[in-house]
Unconditional design. Sequence first.
Length: 200
Amino acid sequence: MSSEVKMITGTGIPVVGNDIDTDRIIPARFLRCVTFDGLGQQVFVDDRAQANGQHPFDQPHYQGATVLVVNGNFGCGSSREHAPQAISKWGIQGIVGESFAEIFFGNCLAIGLPCVTADSETVKQLQTSLHENPEIPMTLDLEEMQVYCGELQASVFMEDGPRNMLLTGTWDTCGQLVAQVEAIRSTAARLPYMDWGVVS
């Protein structure tokens, strides 16, 4: 199965507000989990409780959305990798925002979850469109660096390095290791300090 990430299609979900930190995305009490399974159910759990069912992640018409649209400095705060995992486990495959915290961006890249930026007016238009029509089709095209939401089309941005990693599948470091296992064994066998007698 290819790990290239080139285009995400589906519908979108807006979460409005600047400086939404990782503790709001996934509270610290959920960091004790052994695996990331089940984190999707807990994404924004405290915000959702306070909103009494009115949070976008609880509203029926946003269920199944694949693109999250956020504002500035999204994912700030602590560097927990559980935050992008929770978003991904809920079903989000790409995020469009005004800006992202650097460590959050890196943690998203490490799981193949693209974070692209757009100007504030574009983000506002996207969020408004999704509020008015949650079923409007949405596409994030990483090859053309465009986002489509109904009749709206706008440019998005991502640095060339991360973008190329997503387009070529090289973001998947574990997958690369597995694919090169024979070359790794060959190299290791030539190293004088490797004792393969103890390796099963």
